[in-house]
Design a protein around this ligand. Structure first.
Ligand code: N01
Length: 541
């Protein structure tokens, strides 16, 4: 393996064992692990700091919806013991502070190039190396290329006629100004009611003069019930943090082992008992609600009972019955990415908040003064796009990645992403995608999914070094079987039954393929088995 050629400058060619794209949770840990192996590594990061998702998503109310004690690295006992999280769910500034602390604690910055956007990566077959080109003309050569580019890192701004003519500022929740935005005294329009919209709407509503929410699809949301962490529970977890992490990894979404799903089908209990079980978990708050029964995500009738329970809560909170009905979603619950809220539905009881139903009055254009729907024009001082991301494949495909024989990833994935284990693509040797499509990724606690992938990749590279292999590449057969497996697992659930970014349905023209793989424990076991069988499904040379 190559020696680190040092910091790059201008157009000089730099040789590394590994180039890592992205300095978020994935890229930082990948760098840490490569250093452990004694390899030379360079991280290329578009932003000016570490943090990935948590660097960019600084919108008001941004917060993780996984419990703080779970949403953190587990690889260092001292780190997990010393860090104190104040609340049940961490805010964006707290997570960013934590990730900066990790970068400092392990001196990661010296191997990260910030403000560096990768434009292309080409596999040089004769050298057996990746040539990575950045937008500012820097070229790096590496044996391995790891994409830690995140699943939700390409903000989606829908094309709406007249957007450029708007005279006020336009913001996107996924690339929020670092200096913040003062909405005091403003008439604000927000488009989108996914997780980002649901988190930011109650906060913006308190500041703005008037807030107009442009809703295309109503969304279910479960109250977060955030608050200070329970110090006794923290002490208990910290007394056996490793055990806590191990138990979480046995859960389908790699989290919440302290609140596991009831192993009871929803229709096996009577209406009163069912509502009691929903109510109990509604009171706990957060994702445990979806564990009230074991078939909410696999049986439509069971799902309908959960959906109706949440609709009844929306009707009981929102005082104007017409607005309440507009906010009641008709679709399968938790089929789009589940949302956790703090005071979202209550916000519609404020006199300065107005809900605009885009299903009955669609947006026709953005004008110089605001947003025009089919029935009126809303005068606005500023517009917020909370319209999500080109998820899971967006950032990978923005980079011109070319594998063996000039095969481009864009062409290869024209009909949707295909790979083996969500980690590796035939035709693209020594390229790994952390939490790629076809792996549990966004259906799990992301930190757990990231650590599992980074550790698997590290073990694989170590094995290659110990057995004199220079190249690893998934076989076509392994890819075909894996894609079939992912589709078969998805088909046992209700996930594919509604339009969601999991399916690519939020991006016009994007192929509709259910991208993540439900079920972390089976997946992790499969990865272990592949490694134990000397990387079955891969060609090693
Ligand atoms: O994006 P989304 P997000 N005209 O895609 C609407 C994670 N996350 O940024 O449903 C009008 O969910 C769109 O409408 P529809 C989490 O995984 C986590 O909110 O497509 N509306 C929808 O309402 C999450 O799922 C956290 O009909 C348009 C909204 O915009 C993911 O990031 C916090 C439109 C987009 O919702 C993405 O969440 C935040 C158009 N042309 C995010 N195009 C936490 O951990 C889109 N919409 C808490």
């Amino acid at each position: 393996m190559e020696k680190n050629a040092g910091e790059s400058n201008g157009k000089s060619k730099n040789k590394f064992d590994i180039v890592i794209v992205g300095a978020g949770i994935s890229g930082m840990y990948m760098l840490y692990k490569m250093r452990e192996l004694g390899l030379s590594a360079r991280v290329l990061e578009k932003g000016s700091g570490v943090g990935g998702t948590w660097y960019w998503n600084r919108y008001p109310g941004a917060r993780c919806d996984t419990d703080t004690l779970e949403y953190s690295y587990s690889f260092c006992e001292e780190l997990q013991q010393e860090w104190e999280w104040p609340e049940r769910y961490p805010t964006q500034p707290e997570i960013l502070r934590y990730l900066n602390h990790v970068a400092d604690r392990f001196d990661l910055r010296s191997d990260i190039s910030f403000d560096t956007k990768v434009a292309a990566a080409t596999f040089d077959e004769s050298a057996g190396r990746w040539c990575v080109r950045t937008e500012d003309g820097m070229e790096l050569s590496a044996q391995f290329l790891v994409m830690g580019t995140g699943c939700l890192s390409s903000p989606n701004t829908p094309r709406i006629e007249g957007t450029d003519s708007f005279e006020g500022p336009i913001y996107h929740t996924g690339k929020w100004p670092h200096e913040g935005v003062d909405f005091t005294g403003k008439r604000v329009g927000i488009i989108g009611t996914g997780s980002s919209g649901v988190q930011s709407i109650p906060v913006i509503a308190k500041e703005a003069d008037e807030l107009f929410v442009f809703q295309r699809t109503p969304q279910y949301a479960i109250p977060a019930r955030n608050g200070p962490v329970d110090r006794e529970a923290v002490a208990e977890i910290k007394a056996d943090y490793a055990g806590f992490r191990a138990r979480n990894r046995l859960e389908p979404s790699a989290q919440l082992s302290h609140y596991p799903a009831n192993d009871v089908p929803a229709l096996e209990v009577d209406d009163t008992e069912r509502d009691q079980m929903y109510q109990e978990r509604w009171d706990v708050g957060g994702f445990p609600f979806y564990g009230a029964f074991n078939d909410i995500l696999i049986n439509q009738e069971a799902n309908d009972t959960a959906a109706e329970f949440v609709r009844s809560k929306i009707r009981s909170v929102v005082t104007d019955p017409e607005v309440a009905e507009m906010l009641c979603p008709p679709h399968t619950i938790a089929c789009k990415r589940a949302i956790i809220d703090t005071g979202y539905f209550e916000t519609y009881n404020r006199s300065n908040v107005h809900l605009v139903d885009l299903q009955s009055t669609p947006i026709e254009a953005i004008t110089a003064n605001g947003i025009r729907t089919s029935d009126t024009e809303y005068e606005l001082d500023c517009i917020v796009f909370a319209t999500g991301f080109d998820a899971m494949t967006g950032t990978l495909l923005k980079i011109d990645i070319q594998g063996r024989g000039g095969l481009s990833l864009r062409e290869k994935w024209e009909a949707g992403p295909r790979n083996y284990l969500g980690l590796s693509v035939p035709g693209f040797p020594n390229l790994f995608t952390v939490t790629g499509p076809g792996s549990p990724s966004v259906l799990t606690n992301m930190v757990v999914a990231i650590e599992q992938h980074v550790e698997w990749i590290t073990d694989c590279i170590k094995y290659m070094g110990e057995h004199d292999h220079d190249s690893i590449e998934a076989t076509q057969k392994a890819e075909d079987e894996w894609v079939e497996h992912v589709n078969a697992v998805a088909a046992t659930t209700l996930y594919p039954t509604c339009t969601s970014w999991y399916l690519g349905a939020n991006i016009p023209g994007k192929p509709r393929v259910f991208m993540p793989l439900p079920g972390f424990p089976d997946y992790a076991a499969k990865c272990e088995e592949v490694a134990a069988k000397k990387y079955e499904g891969f060609d090693l040379t």
